[in-house]
Design a protein around this ligand. Structure first.
Ligand SMILES: Cc1cc2nc3c(=O)[nH]c(=O)nc-3n(C[C@H](O)[C@H](O)[C@H](O)COP(=O)(O)O)c2cc1C
Length: 150
């Protein structure tokens, strides 16, 4: 059964709302036969990545880059996963206070290095997520999960 791995940094209620919407989309009834695994970024391992077929990444913007937790994740898994995960689909959501551009650049650069394929546009939110923002998160989860259905 294909597996979707959600690697997330969720330090506040706004991030929790986005995470829950992504999970709800990925696990909606129309998605059949996809196992969804959730891992906090500081707990995710290279084995989690190798055993999954697609990825959803969630992070805050911090100091013009991704959260240190997600950077740590990539530092841990990059070389162990480099040869084996090329071509796998991924999606991403980012929450910030004002400017998430450096975060997006950083994640695009690393995922390009890994050879992962962007399966949906990044969802970016600043401030409290609106209903429309959370719907975009739901769509993100549903889109990446649907792409893994056999
Ligand atoms: C040390 C620090 C650095 C931050 N740097 C950025 C940044 O570069 N860009 C940005 O948009 N938000 C930045 N933020 C805001 C965080 O992204 C924001 O606090 C996080 O997404 C949680 O948002 P919330 O508390 O509104 O839920 C920073 C926050 C902290 C604590």
């Amino acid at each position: 059964m294909p597996t979707l791995l959600i690697v997330h940094h969720t330090p506040s209620p706004n991030l929790q709302a986005m995470f829950e919407a992504v999970v709800a989309g990925a696990t909606t009834d129309e998605i059949e036969g996809v196992t969804v695994v959730r891992r906090a970024a500081l707990a995710a391992t290279a084995t989690d990545v190798l055993e999954a077929d697609g990825y959803l990444l969630g992070t805050t913007a911090n100091l013009g880059y991704m959260a240190g937790a997600l950077k740590h994740f990539f530092d841990q898994v990059y070389y162990p996963c480099l040869d084996s995960t090329r071509g796998r689909p991924f999606g991403c959501y980012v929450h910030g206070g004002s400017d998430v551009s450096g975060t997006i650049r950083g994640i695009e650069s690393i995922t390009t290095g890994l050879g992962w394929e962007k399966a949906a546009e990044f969802v970016t939110v600043t401030g409290e997520p609106s209903k429309a923002d959370l719907e975009k998160c739901w769509e993100l989860g549903a889109t990446v999960a649907a792409g893994l259905m056999e």
